[in-house]
Design a protein. Structure first.
Lengths: 275, 347
């Protein structure tokens, strides 16, 4: 083999071995658990097909992930656009403001939402003080709370990915469109928007995949209906001891992630090198 | 040759010192005791574990929470972390059935045979009684007019406000039947369909279903709910702090809590010595005044201050108001009913 190939192999080896042991090896363990209980059996997969609870939970997980992703993109895109088109000094400050909560622990942020949305919490206190309501509104332990928190937690990802694509868009193209007679709205819709799509696709894909696996936020902020796939896996592992079924559910989650990644690769065109 | 003799002596001294260190390191055993954690664990550490370490030199590390699945995993994998663990009523039945427990040498734990034979088992010891009862906010209801029993708990007109119950059918089915008017001696075998129907009535008024001992009291203190089912001992520390909470014994479930030593535990003998320490009535008195989970420590009830005895599930007046939880009935059916419960809760 060529020296270059050998050297590449050598450089990749430590990382590959680490991934092999820490990821692939346990993954095979889960695969084994799903099919051997302890002898070879497909009963856990059969259970997946017949379990109403599992079906309902999977459906709700996907719907939640889709809704949260849509909300993040719709609210994050304008923010990213504003960021990309503002002055460099202002831009730095804004980026830090967006990243600061992002760097805060997810657990802290989730707990803070409990304080904000609780019956004796911030929102309810303000509502009652201004006289808009005269009794506490049930905000915590609802789907609303889960959506709010998940969007707040995931939005920075969408903003930053959209932003990084947007600043690479050549302003000259917009100017060219304007000189050719396009209104600002047309220039945006026909030139800027399509060029920013790769960033949006990346952000949406990341947001969706992360939402699928969310565990703490639905567990702490959600009501009885907001049980996600990860919560169900936790339940099967800790309460019913059905590790075989838990493994099947985990494989479903993994498959969903891989499929989402695959779809994303299909939809988002590879960025061709510019000039 | 002086230098060589010195060297040999130094080496010998070093070897002796190393051996001594190794020996004393061995004497520093640590036993791991698993329990329910939280404020309860802190009190146990202060009253029992620290004196035990002072007396015997054996260190104690406490862990939480109580989890039968975890014990199963430990025993089956051969990597047993716990030397002693708390277990619930149906937990110990399952553990015994599957052979996950080490037999107890009662000559170490209770050589003077002070403990009543009904609390001594081949592989477990009854350590405490506790009750699942109603707890409520005293400031949300007029003086003395809090919910007194499960019928009140279900009555959202007279006692308005959100409630919480455990996210588990265990206990809740009994409470529903009691609320529906079933007399307590006719609770078992449980009419499951009737219980679920009754629970349907309450479902819209329960925003959150608690899962841990710390959670249900937190919900009450935060004002997220005005009443909830609780484990009786968690309320006493709060009352001492002056929080506006109280419990009602009416319809409470009187339950037993056990100890078992997992099979393959690393220090079973030291664990049994600790168990013996827990039978001390003097420490027991101090413990019970802080946390009303009385064990069946011989000579305890007689020594207690009546004000303390009032809070105990085993006080005769309190026993009258409660029902005896049947762990045996649940041991067989828990898995299937939990599945039904989950499906029901998700709708």
């Amino acid at each position: 083999m060529s020296r270059k190939f050998a050297r590449t192999l050598l450089l990749l080896a430590p990382g590959a071995i680490l991934i092999g042991f820490l990821f692939l090896f346990p993954l095979f363990g889960i695969l084994k658990l799903s099919l051997f209980n302890p002898g070879f059996t497909t009963e856990s997969f059969e259970k997946l097909a017949t379990s109403a609870v599992a079906m309902l939970v999977m459906e709700r997980t996907f719907v939640l992930a889709l809704t949260v992703t849509a909300l993040c993109v719709v609210t994050g895109y304008p923010i990213a656009y504003y960021l990309a088109t503002s002055s460099p000094r202002w831009r730095t400050i804004l980026v830090y403001l967006i990243l600061l909560p992002f760097w805060t622990s997810i657990l802290i942020r989730t707990y803070t939402w409990m304080v904000v949305l609780g019956r004796e919490g911030l929102v309810n206190s303000v509502l009652q003080w201004t006289g808009l309501t005269d009794a506490p509104v049930q905000l915590l332990f609802t789907g609303l709370a889960v959506h709010l928190a998940m969007v707040q937690i995931l939005m920075p990802i969408v903003i930053i990915t959209c932003y990084s694509t947007m600043i690479e868009i050549d302003e000259g193209l917009i100017r060219a469109a304007r000189t050719l007679g396009a209104t600002p709205a047309q220039a945006f819709a026909k030139v800027f928007l399509p060029l920013s799509m790769p960033g949006v696709a990346t952000g949406a894909a990341m947001c969706f995949i992360l939402s699928l696996g969310f565990y703490i936020t639905p567990a702490l902020l959600g009501g009885r209906r907001n049980v996600m796939l990860s919560n169900l896996i936790d339940f099967e592992v800790h309460q019913t001891l059905n590790w075989s079924f838990a493994s099947v559910l985990a494989l479903v989650l993994l498959a969903a992630t891989l499929v989402s990644l695959g779809l994303f690769r299909l939809v988002a065109p590879r960025r061709r090198d510019q000039g | 040759m002086t230098s060589m003799t010195l060297t040999r002596r130094t080496v010998a001294a070093a070897a002796f010192a190393a051996g001594f260190v190794a020996l004393s390191a061995q004497a520093q055993t640590t036993i791991v005791i698993n329990g329910s954690g939280g404020s309860l664990a802190q009190i146990i550490t202060r009253i029992y574990e620290e004196p035990f370490t002072k007396e015997t030199g054996i260190k104690v590390r406490s862990t939480a929470p109580v989890s039968l699945p975890k014990m199963k995993a430990m025993v089956e994998s051969g990597n047993v972390e716990w030397d002693l663990t708390e277990l619930g009523g149906d937990d110990i039945i399952q553990a015994r059935k599957n052979g996950w427990l080490t037999p107890i040498d009662w000559n170490i734990v209770d050589p003077d045979k002070k403990l009543d034979p009904q609390w001594r088992m081949a592989d477990g010891m009854v350590t405490a009684t506790f009750s699942t009862v109603i707890a409520y906010r005293t400031d949300k209801f007029p003086e003395g007019k809090g919910p007194k029993n499960w019928a009140d708990f279900w009555d959202v007109k007279q006692f308005p406000g959100p409630r919480s119950l455990q996210n588990s059918p265990v206990g809740n089915l009994e409470f529903a039947l009691l609320a529906d008017g079933v007399p307590k001696d006719k609770l078992y075998p449980i009419d499951v369909d009737r219980a679920f129907k009754k629970l349907d009535q309450l479902k819209p008024h329960v925003p959150v279903w608690w899962t841990t001992g710390a959670q249900h009291v937190q919900l009450l203190v935060d004002g997220e709910v005005v009443m909830t089912s609780v484990w009786n001992g968690r309320i006493s520390p709060l009352r001492k702090e002056g929080k506006p909470v109280a419990i009602s014994w009416g319809g409470g479930a009187l339950q037993l809590s056990y100890w078992g030593i997992p099979k393959g535990a690393k220090h079973p003998t030291e664990a049994m010595r600790y168990m013996k320490g827990r039978l001390d009535p003097v420490k027991g008195m101090e413990f019970v005044s802080l946390v009303p989970y009385p064990g069946f420590i011989p000579g305890l009830i007689e020594r207690l201050d009546p004000a303390v005895a009032q809070d105990l599930p085993t006080l005769p007046a309190n026993v009258e108001a409660q029902f005896e939880f049947d762990a045996g009935w649940w041991a067989e059916r828990r898995a299937a009913l939990t599945e039904r419960w989950n499906a029901w809760l998700l709708q």
